[in-house]
Design a protein. Structure first.
Length: 281
């Protein structure tokens, strides 16, 4: 009996020693955190020009910690504990790899689905940037930017609708979209964002011209020290629609203009000057 009790007590002590302490980030959450840390490191590598300084890199890492509700000290102590408990460490490591692989597969499936829908001519979300963003003072740039070059699935008259859910921002945020055409003409539409919730801006391309590029930006007007959030960001391309097309009057147009030239005094017509632009409402 004494031998049995000793064995049971030893097992209880062993289990108690192996249990993850409550002050340590638990395995499932730790795997998710590490997956996001690895993703942020990839972001830094791909955007090295924006993260040249150590402070910019640190801000990004701390934003990941904040999203998970943990501090740098908690992460450090948790990593130290897992380092001393190799079995748990390997489980967290394997789960982290599995999460990253799943994200890659899901990302690939989304791209493939978007391509298939685009070829079929249906409305499709062509946004390839992050769908969730936090914007604050310490970032290298607070502006949200995107730009897409023409591909074989673009058609004349396509409408591009950029939408997102705005949270914790001040009125006066500038939102603009621009279209460039093969003849040098530029069209743009600009709005101010007021209030929170779902917002959108739509750019309707010219049905008589070939679009070469679509780009846009959001210039936040949030108060110093605050964090503005953009959620569920998407850019939906839709084929030409007669009712929607009538809204093109809201857009402004910049078109290249040939300067007046006395053809009797020159032998060849001059090229269009890069700064010869006129604005048409």
């Amino acid at each position: 009996m004494r031998k049995l009790l000793s064995t049971v007590m030893a097992c209880m002590v062993l289990c108690a020693c192996n249990k993850v302490p409550s002050e340590i980030i638990q395995p499932d959450e730790m795997a998710l955190l590490m997956a996001d840390v690895h993703t942020s490191e990839s972001v830094i590598e791909l955007n090295w020009d924006q993260f040249r300084s150590d402070s910019a890199k640190q801000v990004l890492k701390e934003s990941v910690y904040a999203a998970h509700g943990v501090s740098a000290e908690q992460v450090d102590s948790s990593l130290a504990w897992y380092g001393r408990n190799i079995t748990y460490y390997m489980d967290v490591y394997d789960n982290t790899i599995a999460i990253l692989e799943k994200r890659l597969i899901e990302r690939g499936n989304k791209v493939a689905a978007a391509a298939a829908m685009s070829i079929a001519g249906d409305s499709v979300n062509v946004w390839t940037g992050p769908s969730f963003m936090r914007i604050y003072d310490q970032l290298p740039s607070k502006n949200v930017l995107f730009g897409y070059e023409r591909d074989r699935n673009w058609e004349r008259g396509d409408t591009y609708t950029w939408r997102a859910k705005f949270l914790n921002h001040s009125d006066g945020t500038i939102w603009q979209m621009v279209a460039e055409y093969s003849d040098g003409t530029i069209e743009f539409i600009e709005n101010e964002v007021h209030g929170e919730g779902w917002k959108e801006i739509a750019l309707i391309s010219d049905s008589t011209a070939d679009l070469t590029r679509v780009y846009g930006f959001i210039e936040p007007n949030n108060e110093p020290g605050t964090i503005m959030t953009l959620d569920s960001v998407e850019l939906v391309r839709k084929r030409a629609d007669k009712e929607i097309y009538l809204r093109r009057y809201r857009q402004k147009r910049l078109s290249a203009v040939l300067p007046k030239v006395d053809i009797d005094t020159v032998e060849t017509a001059p090229s269009v000057a890069a700064d010869s632009l006129s604005v048409k409402e």
